[in-house]
Write a protein that binds this ligand. Sequence first.
Ligand SMILES: Cc1ncc(COP(=O)(O)O)c(C=O)c1O
Length: 368
Amino acid sequence: MEIAGYRLNRPEEIDTPALLVYEDLVRHNIREVLRVCGSAERIVTHVKTHKSAEVLAMQMGAGMTSFKCATLREAELLAEHGAAEVVIAYPMLHPAKLRRLSSLLKLYPETEFRAIASAREHLAALSSVAADAGVEIGVYVDLDTGMHRTGVQPGAEAGGFYADVAEASGLKALGVHVFDGHTLYKPNVEERAALVDRSIEHVHDLWDRADRRGIEVSDNIAGGSWSFHLYLKEERLRVSPGTWVYWDSRNATMSELNFRVAAVVLSQVIDADPERGTVTLDAGSKSVSPDQPTEHRFKIVGHPNAALTAQSEEHGVVALNGERLKVGGLALVAPGHACTTTVKFPYALVVDSDGDVVGRYHHQARDH
Ligand SMILES: Cc1ncc(COP(=O)(O)O)c(C=O)c1O
């Protein structure tokens, strides 16, 4: 079969739903992120999207050495495969996490592990790990520039906290970490650029405050796939997008970026209701982007007018809106969110440009 340039030979041999990753499109996306960023040194890519040693190897092969992660399992995967730098961008407090981090620091002395912090409790926890492992841990102040998920508030609070990091035993204050989730899903680039400029102002304010206190700032990380390219004008920032590697149907609404959707779900039409003009696919919330609002959970490749109207665990009901899909037929579904789709599958089937399945990307870091 071939739909809108996605070829797949012998689809009847692949049970559905199945995650397919088009390797050439991943390679295209790697070239594209390097082109946009100018060099691999500007990128601290997040591995949560692919969670896979095989994709990591491709990123490392393209020169990327610094990575971001959200879980300790991802951190372990990165260290096991020789990442030079691992930024754990998630507050670590639980004693089990602290023990695990300490073991990692001892087991992989060649990997530089770094953390983020935004509360005194984070600093106490990280100091205890540094003492246990006998190392110094580099720490970024997590700055809340508008997402309101984690982070200290910009201004005096951030300046004071940066000084707290610098004084904490066993920790080195590195600079600022910003994740600006409030830029997500805003297709208008001017709107996003204005939010990014505001974040950059907050970052400058923190740099000024650090400067006035005589505390060094050596490194700073900002952004995700919806904003990273807008931060590049600020040379002291590295950028941390993750979804770019697979892209998805929501990210594809950004017209200024040229990434391609590399990961799709092969799905079968299992029933139809001609009266209502709907078909039902086996692309349920246990297969595709369960974190998204229903209408954004997937788009059907080659059938742009079809729209998901309801989804249960193993079913997706789609209004055809004039598109034609037959019961028993196969469809390629472009997830609305690649990162929450990959974790639904233990591995992805790798498809080459001829449409042959040539291997698997295992999701080794799928669990916590
Ligand atoms: C802290 C952090 N950094 C970077 C990213 C990467 O952003 P994206 O998935 O939009 O590329 C995320 C995504 O959730 C994140 O939470």
